[in-house]
Design a protein around this ligand. Structure first.
Ligand SMILES: NC(=O)c1ccc[n+]([C@@H]2O[C@H](COP(=O)([O-])OP(=O)(O)OC[C@H]3O[C@@H](n4cnc5c(N)ncnc54)[C@H](OP(=O)(O)O)[C@@H]3O)[C@@H](O)[C@H]2O)c1
Length: 300
């Protein structure tokens, strides 16, 4: 395995560079995430996406420290994103939340700090991620978001208007769930936390006939095509995998060149499918997904 990176970079409006391909880590559990990060860097990934809510910052930080201490990478070689939990949205809580993340990550800075969602929740302590009211519903806070421009993006969801708006305002877009999040959790609110059960995985994007046809024509896998769909449009993209073979497969999407016609044909698949409609929050004053959505894409 090599630690040479073949990344493609984009320049952010502050002049910093972001590697377009990143590694998603939601549901990469603390048991395996340290090895996952070391393997990813070995493959060539230089952009890691985490969040305080993923509860894996400590392990990711441990892996990065080890990679830096052993001379595999320098801090400046790697782009680390983490996210502000909705319980810390009040301006007086943001610095504290960032310090908690930096401490867990054992870093002096992160390269990108995003609001995890536009919907704020009441602060009830550093680890109370899902504060509830007496009736068991989520304890919403009405503090307004300023900007949150990480979005779900894939051919099955038309985000063109939002992406064009970002482009015209020099705002970089990162696409999450590029593979349709086939293992997305079905979330049910429990008393103190969320309970996660794995959703039925019958309809992954990989089995769509148009995706298969274009992938075959470009000599790549369906997953590589779905990642390349974002990269070829200049967006950053953070497919999650904790499997070394799939991590390597996804990394090779950097080499997949698509034509405008490929993109246009993939765009015809748009059916307003959202892997993460965040239904738990739909009564929140800042819930953004007011248009109807589908919870499963057409598979052919
Ligand atoms: N800001 C937000 O609100 C937000 C929301 C959602 C996601 N995200 C970020 O975006 C990342 C990616 O999104 P996601 O995790 O929802 O979904 P995703 O990347 O679309 O899909 C991940 C799933 O696909 C599987 N997979 C990966 N590569 C594959 C391949 N080549 N062939 C077949 N299956 C493959 C993974 O399994 P294995 O691990 O077993 O390979 C995993 O089950 C997250 O991990 C997170 O970092 C952010």
């Amino acid at each position: 395995m090599t630690s040479v990176s073949n990344n493609i970079y984009a320049t952010l409006c502050n002049g910093k560079q972001i590697p377009l391909l990143g590694l998603g880590t939601f549901q990469s559990t603390s048991d395996d995430v340290k090895e996952v990060i070391k393997t990813a860097v070995g493959i060539g990934y230089r952009h890691i996406d985490t969040a305080r809510a993923y509860r894996n910052e400590t392990e990711i930080g441990g892996a990065i420290k080890e990679l830096i201490d052993t001379g595999v990478i320098k801090r400046t070689d790697i782009f680390v994103t983490t996210k502000l939990r909705g319980t810390f949205h009040r301006p007086e809580n943001v610095e504290h939340a960032l310090k908690l993340s930096l401490e867990a990550l054992q870093l002096e800075y992160v390269d990108l700090y995003l609001m995890h969602s536009p919907m704020a929740l009441e602060y009830r302590g550093d680890d109370a991620f899902w504060p509830t009211r007496e009736d068991g519903t989520l304890a919403h806070d009405d503090i307004h978001f300023v900007e949150t421009w990480k979005i779900e993006n894939h051919p099955f969801l038309d985000q063109k208007e939002l992406i064009d708006l970002c482009k015209s305002n020099d705002v970089m877009v990162t696409s999450y769930s590029p593979l349709g999040a086939p293992d997305r959790p079905t979330r049910k609110l429990g008393v103190n936390d969320i309970q996660i059960s794995v959703a039925n995985d019958a309809e992954t994007f990989q089995v769509n006939s148009l995706i298969k046809e274009i992938a075959k024509a470009r000599g790549c896998s369906a997953s590589q095509l779905l990642i390349a769909y974002n990269l070829n449009q200049g967006m950053a993209c953070i497919p999650k995998s904790s499997n070394p073979i799939r991590m390597e497969e996804n990394y090779k999407a950097l080499k997949v060149s698509l034509t405008d016609d490929d993109i246009r044909r993939m765009d015809t698949l748009a059916c307003n499918f959202k892997a993460y409609p965040f239904k738990l929050w739909e009564n929140h004053i800042h819930y953004p997904f007011t248009t109807s959505h589908k919870e499963s894409p057409a598979s052919s």
